[in-house]
Design a protein around this ligand. Sequence first.
Ligand SMILES: [Mg+2]
Ligand SMILES: [Zn+2]
Length: 279
Amino acid sequence: MAGIEVVFDFDKTIIDDDSDRWVVEQLGLTDLFIKLVPTLPWNILMDRMMKELHSQGRTIKDIAECLKRTPLHPKIISAIKSAHSLGCELRIVSDANHFFIETILEHHGLMDCFAEINTNPSLVDEEGKLRILPFHDFNSSPHGCDRCPPNMCKGLVIERIRASAFTKGKNRIIYIGDGKGDYCSCLKLKEEDYIMPRKDYPLGDLIRTNSSLIKAGVHEWSDGEELERILLHLINTVKSEDHSTNIGNFSPLTSVDLNSHAVALSAQEPFHAVIEVPH
Ligand SMILES: [Mg+2]
Ligand SMILES: [Zn+2]
């Protein structure tokens, strides 16, 4: 049995867009969003957007219907189902929120594949308004990591996942992500782990720029088809190592060329011509 934790980012990794950006644009809040983005932290701004939708008479169901239309590559769905059926434990670590993620996963029949979703909590208040809260309460217990936004440090989540996974015999992590917010996670991974950064997205650039800090094996993917192929290959590699017990002496795929390609840590991600998403 492969002792593998597969940890997925959500936006631009499981879905092929950013769920926050998708809802803001699809429900007509782009202008207000752009006006407020310089004044509020992202997480609070999204809560403000939900307030605005409620004041315009949009219901939770409207938001859910909008989320169900987000693009999700069919090969990502089969990759998730295959990894789960091969005995891996699957988790999500995302700076979106529970309502967005669960609505999309349920729509595609994927909720049962995941052991845990680590993201910003959400709730529906007494007025029927969706509220989005920070994962870490940055007033009462700031996470203290200067690489990450105040509401969520993914590196801390990875440390906790490793501690709990170890007690269950899952001692290898495969981390799949695309954004700057995933870099802190990658710094916590070890030689026996793998990182699957999305090709030509900010995480891959950060890994190349800081290659001396990265211990895990790096394998890039660019679309759902490639994600599925590489993920299943890595899982099978780990499983075959279980038999040979010769850990560390293999090269199943050509690792990404870690040449220098400087990208400032503070640079914004130009995900979209109108709305830039910093995670
Ligand atoms: Mg992402
Ligand atoms: Zn961090």
